[in-house]
Design a protein around this ligand. Structure first.
Ligand code: PMP
Length: 412
């Protein structure tokens, strides 16, 4: 019998002998575990990546939603196509065109957030023991999906310009020498979670070329691409090599995360398999939520709304960078994101961000320790600070508290 946590206690699990072998890779992410403490009102949470929805026009969305149900309720409340509503898939193609993607609606699958897209991609491509290469650090939710299908992740270093092509070559060489099969490159090219960096345009073609040469499929996860603070976008990897890139998109950061509407754009044969996998997971994505998104795109100034979100996040990024500069002790360094939600901080030698976290929570500030973003134990001298949700004043206060905690660490 195994142990399972329940209300903070560990109890014997009578089902322990029944679980599939793949469940061994399913562990609670450090970040989820943090949510409970971090959401206490006295704690300034720089830990989670919750979008700040305060600028949404709620009354308009309420009226439009009521209209959908009044005018088209029997459709909105019914099952629909497993692939997603055709009208929404067309609109998604329009959204993607902002980043140079020329897509056909037939090649789009609507998902329950891009997290479902990650799960489907892992389900389709990962056998136990397969290798996935990914940035080091990487988005925890993706690491969770790959672990759930028993694939291993080999991390490739990032610098201020994103994934380092030479590091990718070395990782693929090493895998080949070890007789390992690399199936996928998983990458977040824009305003990376958690490091905040963006893949330089000059590197994009090179990385695609390396993947093509080595027979590795690219999974481009791009939830933040429209949140560049200068309003500019970068060419999607998909736009440069459509036959070897699976693109994951989402309305979580550009509209409303709770609606759970995202999508996958994939080469035609992959898309066919994705639809089959999606059908067995959910039958179809939620019809009402798809209609809400579709109506919003059709009737509202969604580009203007994204510009408002961008401005809010830019103001918070500025507050965070200013506070880091003003308060953090010598020996700390950090990335300077041009968009998105996150700053990646390096702390002085001898400080362990995972061990320090309870002391930070005692001081009423929370962050995500770097270790959760690696599968190989790295990250103890890193932490992710999210500036997306708190007000600029709270961000400043949170960083001030964090600096106090760092200064009290024995290593300093
Ligand atoms: N990918 C990345 C890089 C993310 O940061 C997130 C959310 N934090 C997701 C995917 C999942 O987003 P959603 O399921 O809400 O679309």
């Amino acid at each position: 019998m195994g142990h399972c946590p329940q209300g903070g206690r560990s109890v014997l699990d009578p089902h322990a002998g029944r679980y599939a072998a793949r469940t061994a890779g399913m562990t609670a992410s450090e970040i989820r575990a943090l949510f409970a403490v971090a959401s206490r009102p006295e704690v300034v949470s720089l830990a989670g990546g919750m979008p700040n929805l305060a600028a949404l026009p709620l009354e308009t969305i309420a009226a439009e939603t009521a209209r959908i149900i009044a005018e088209d309720g029997l459709t909105a409340l019914q099952y629909a196509s497993a692939q997603g509503l055709p009208v929404l898939r067309e609109q998604i193609c329009e959204v993607m065109s902002l980043e140079g993607v020329a897509a056909h609606p037939d090649d789009v699958l609507v998902t329950v957030g891009s997290q479902m897209g990650l799960d489907l991609v892992a389900r389709l491509f990962c056998d136990p023991g397969d290798l996935v290469v990914a940035e080091g650090p990487s988005y925890v939710g993706a690491l969770g999906s790959f672990a759930a299908y028993q694939a291993e992740v080999a991390h490739v270093a990032v610098d201020a310009h994103g994934l380092v092509p030479e590091g990718l070559r070395a990782a693929l060489r090493q895998a080949r020498n070890a007789g390992r099969r690399v199936k996928l490159l998983y990458t977040v090219p824009n305003f990376h979670n958690p490091s905040g960096v963006t893949l330089a345009v000059e590197r994009r073609a090179e990385i695609l070329e390396i993947c093509r040469t080595h027979g590795v499929l690219v999974v481009e996860d791009n939830p933040y691409g429209l949140l560049g603070f200068d309003g500019r976008t970068h060419p999607a990897l998909h736009s440069m090599d459509p036959e070897n890139v699976v693109y994951l998109g989402s309305f979580s950061k550009t509209f409303a995360s709770g609606l759970r509407v995202g999508w996958v754009l994939a080469p035609h044969p992959v898309r066919e398999k994705l639809v089959l996998a999606a059908e067995s997971a959910t039958l179809c994505p939620p019809t009402l939520n798809q209609m809400i998104v579709s109506r919003y795109l059709a009737t509202q100034d969604w580009r203007g709304q994204i510009a408002v979100f961008r401005e809010n996040y830019r103001e918070r990024r500025d507050a965070m960078l200013r506070a880091l500069e003003d308060f953090l002790p010598p020996g700390c360094s950090w990335t300077e994101p041009d968009g998105g939600f996150y700053v990646w901080v390096k702390v002085p030698e001898g400080v362990n961000t995972k061990a320090m976290l309870p002391r930070a929570v005692d001081a009423r500030v929370a962050y995500a320790s770097g270790t959760g973003f690696y599968t190989n134990g790295l990250g103890a001298r890193r932490m992710r600070l999210s500036y997306c949700y708190p007000s600029p004043e709270r961000i400043r206060e949170g960083v001030r508290r964090l600096a106090g905690v760092l200064e009290a660490e024995p290593a300093l």
